[in-house]
Ligand binder design. Structure first.
Ligand code: PLP
Length: 433
């Protein structure tokens, strides 16, 4: 008996933050609270939900699957649910990504990618190629390997000593250009550092990991497509694997099924999660090329990829994933995505010259407003004021410090999205007090 057991809520500081809000129902874009309010879920509940909460096709797929096979290990076993999901993914993934490894969430999808890359080079007889290159402002998850490739931050600070070293190169953060250029005239000079690094040290580098075109937690930073194209090119020339972490960007968030499509590139390894199940159940996946997989196929068991989680390929999560992909086929999902993207452009244009605004940026269904602030960054004092302001106005938005962003479920209507923007427009005056 432990009557004192309490839930430890992520990211919350009991000494400072208000108590958690109790949600009793989630439907469409709305979250309903126990005190009778409804909130527009303007961030898809941490960037996961695609088609709106409680989509009937996903709900019934989950119920049917739970009654058939609830869970079974994937080592040495298989089931229809995971194969149906594989079949759905076959239709949308680039042809060269021939194998897919299932795990639990975004962080584990990244851990798998990193370990796969390092062991690949070992298996092909080049064990010295084991270091990883990552970008400034990167975020790839909260497990130790994923934190190591993420940028230094308050999140990773207490664990600095236990993180593995990585080579850090510039991000294409045009608003705060790391090499002091202007986008209109630059030649993607921010990628020079990566190019030089690969020229000098390719013999020891296993992979470069990027969030393609959109760095999320680092501040919703949108990269020019030319940056990603150049990263792809220098990785190919330098014989280094490219890992695209599409955990946030996958499944239409950036306007195409995968952000890599916008730059017309294919990575060697791709990490998926969040929208993989429609944002309803946890699941991660790491897709890789046939060449990478081939290096693990051997009569020699030391070449095996010894990585597996208890819930790998969970049938109920897989059924939700397959149902979500069918929704892309049966409903006009990309029309909704394009409608959101149009409203983002129109409304951002209208506020971009407001004195409180430093920069506006958008890609597909993500729109961000970087506010001017003396204390720019995650701990900006603007953040708690804005968070409360939006909640009081019936909108869940969680600014990343001084960056307010909108990343709604695709089911949001134009009226609902305009309502969110009207609140953002009002909030700008708050920022100038
Ligand atoms: N990679 C990216 C790009 C992410 O944005 C996130 C989470 O926000 C992760 C990985 C980690 O995913 P998870 O929180 O499911 O572990």
């Amino acid at each position: 008996m432990n009557p004192d057991l309490q839930i430890w809520h992520p990211f919350t500081q009991e000494a400072l933050d208000p108590p958690p809000i109790r949600i009793t129902k989630a439907e469409g874009v709305y979250l309903y609270t126990d005190d009778g309010r409804k909130l527009i879920d303007g961030i898809s509940s941490w960037w996961v939900n695609l088609h709106g909460h409680g989509h009937p096709a996903i709900v019934s797929a989950i119920a049917e699957q739970a009654a058939k096979v609830d869970h079974v290990l994937l080592a040495g076993f298989t089931h229809d649910a995971v194969e149906n999901l594989r079949n759905g993914l076959r239709k949308i993934l680039p042809a060269s990504l021939e194998h897919i490894f299932f795990s639990d969430d975004g962080s584990t999808a990244v851990e798998v990618a990193l370990k796969m890359a390092v062991q690949y080079w070992r298996n092909v007889g080049r064990p010295e190629k084991r270091s990883i290159v990552a970008l400034e402002h990167a975020y790839h998850g909260d497990t130790v390997g994923a934190m190591s490739v993420g940028a230094d931050s308050a999140f990773s600070d207490p664990f600095r000593e236990m993180l593995f070293p990585v080579h850090r190169v510039h991000s294409a953060y045009c608003h705060r250009c790391p090499v002091g250029k202007e986008r209109a005239t630059c030649r993607i000079d921010c990628a020079d550092k990566l190019e030089r690094l690969l020229e000098e040290k390719q013999g020891e580098i296993a992979a470069v990991i990027v969030e393609p075109l959109l760095q999320g937690a680092g501040g919703m930073i949108v990269h020019p497509v030319e940056f990603l194209q150049r990263v792809r090119r220098v990785c190919s020339e330098g014989d280094v694997l490219l890992i695209a972490d599409e955990v946030l960007t996958g499944f239409g968030r950036c306007g195409k099924m995968f952000a890599c499509e916008l730059a017309n590139i294919v990575p060697d390894v791709m990490c998926l999660s969040k929208g993989l199940t429609g944002g309803v159940l946890p699941m991660g996946a790491t897709a890789c090329t046939g060449t990478i997989h081939e290096a693990f196929v051997s009569a020699d068991r030391t070449r095996t990829f010894y990585h597996g989680h208890s819930y790998t390929g969970n049938p109920i999560a897989a059924a939700a994933g397959a149902a979500s992909l069918r929704i892309f086929e049966s409903e006009p999902v990309f029309d909704r995505i394009n409608a959101i993207a149009r409203i983002h452009c129109e409304r951002l244009q209208a506020i971009r010259n407001h004195p409180a605004v430093g920069e506006v940026r958008s890609i597909g269904t993500m729109a961000a407003v970087e506010l001017r602030a003396d204390d720019a960054g995650y701990f900006s004092k603007l953040r708690p004021r804005l968070y409360k302001f939006f909640l009081d106005a019936g909108v869940l938005l969680r600014p990343l410090g001084n960056v307010v962003y909108v990343l709604p479920p695709y089911a949001i209507t134009p009226q609902e999205l305009h309502y969110v923007y009207d609140r953002i427009a009002e909030s700008l005056d708050l920022c100038q007090d």
